[in-house]
Design a protein around this ligand. Structure first.
Ligand SMILES: [Zn+2]
Length: 114
C-alpha cells in the first residue's frame, strides 16, 4: 500500500507526517507493530485514512485468529483454548458458555458472567 508521506491535519490544517506506532488491542492481547498513522506536527493529532484503518483491521483479524484442531472427549468433540485467550475471557474448567450457530461456517461462543 503506497501512502502519501505528508497530509493536512483535519483538525488544525497543519502539516502531518507519516509515522509508525504500536497499537495494542484487547488489553494487549493483540499487538500490531509499525502501524502507519499521520501525526500533525502542529497539534500532535494522530489520524489514519480509511484505507489505513481497513488495512489495520485486516491485520488485527489475522493476528486474532487461533487455529485449533477439534479433539475428541468421550462421546463429544471439543476445542482447546489458548491460555492467553482463556485468561482474557476468564474461562476455566466448568465455565458455562453458549454456542450459537451463525451460519454454515461460523459458530459464536458467548461467555456467561455469573
Ligand atoms: Zn493539527
Amino acid at each position: 500500500m503506497a501512502l502519501k508521506t505528508k497530509m493536512k491535519c483535519p483538525l488544525c490544517e497543519g502539516k502531518a507526517k507519516l509515522t509508525k506506532i504500536t497499537t495494542k488491542l484487547f488489553n494487549g492481547l493483540i499487538v500490531l507493530n509499525d502501524e502507519p498513522v499521520y501525526e500533525c506536527i502542529k497539534c500532535g493529532e494522530k489520524f489514519a485514512t480509511g484505507k489505513m484503518v481497513d488495512a489495520s483491521v485486516k491485520k488485527a483479524k489475522e493476528a486474532f485468529t487461533f487455529k485449533r484442531q477439534i479433539i475428541s472427549t468421550g462421546g463429544s468433540l471439543g476445542i482447546t483454548f489458548p491460555s492467553d485467550l482463556s485468561e482474557y475471557y476468564g474461562l476455566n474448567q466448568g465455565t458455562r458458555v453458549s454456542i450459537i450457530p451463525k451460519n454454515k461456517n461460523t459458530i459464536e461462543i458467548i461467555t456467561q458472567k455469573n
